[in-house]
Design a protein. Structure first.
Lengths: 114, 115
């Protein structure tokens, strides 16, 4: 049973466009939602993360929007660049002391065309 | 440089021949984990460890073993590999913090092909 549903599977945008990647979850025990970025031949690396007590978080050109009632969150990349071409994974972690396991979405392969 | 190091990076082997993928981190992290990444399935957790001598199953543990005898090392063992274990494997580590929101640091992956 997939606990974090991610869409789309792939996305192609032109340079300067604003790609949006969406994730939805069912488990209300999740309380930490990171996004990881993975370049070919490399492991995923933390990009940005949000907790459900805020509706939006920005770091540079990357923004997470969070809708707690809908149990959805999304990643927006402003002024996208060819260097942003990568696979993006959303993830979720349950609350609770000693809880460190991340549940990942299936990933979105983003291609930014010059 | 803070890093998670996996070896080997690539391995082609045959069904039934025991293999070990090593993972080492130099950040003094308590938490370590193994994932496999398959097309269309994302990252799935195999095993994790909260500290030395403490390991537990993730979502897809069948066919795998792990050990955590030292804090820095967390090897993944395939006692009798089968073709369905052909995959890209990642080791990750993180601190165990009061807020539980420490980032996981990933190695660069090990691509295993079981013939």
């Amino acid at each position: 049973q997939q606990q974090v549903k991610q869409s789309p599977q792939s996305l192609i945008v032109q340079k300067g466009g604003i790609p949006i990647i969406n994730c939805a979850y069912e488990n209300t025990a999740f309380d930490y939602f990171p996004w990881y970025q993975q370049f070919p031949g490399k492991g995923p690396a933390l990009l940005i993360a949000i907790r459900p007590d805020v509706s939006e978080k920005k770091e540079g050109r990357f923004t997470i929007s969070f809708n707690k009632s809908a149990k959805q969150f999304s990643l927006h990349i402003m002024d996208s660049q060819p260097g942003d071409s990568a696979t993006y994974f959303c993830a979720a972690k349950p609350r609770g002391a000693g809880s460190y396991q991340l549940t990942f979405g299936k990933g979105t392969k983003l291609s930014v065309i010059p | 440089e803070a890093q998670v190091t996996q070896n080997p990076r690539y391995l082609i082997t045959v069904t039934g021949k025991k293999l070990t993928v090593t993972c080492s981190q130099n950040m003094n992290h308590e938490y370590m984990s193994w994932y496999r990444q398959d097309p269309g399935l994302g990252l799935r957790q195999i095993y994790y460890s909260m500290n030395v001598e403490v390991t537990d199953k993730g979502d897809v543990p069948e066919g795998y073993k792990v050990s955590r005898k030292e804090k820095r090392n967390f090897p993944l063992i395939l006692e009798s590999p089968s073709p369905n274990q052909t995959s890209l494997y990642f080791c990750a580590s993180s601190l165990v913090g009061a807020m539980n929101n420490q980032p996981q640091h990933f190695g660069d992956g090990t691509r295993l092909s079981i013939l």
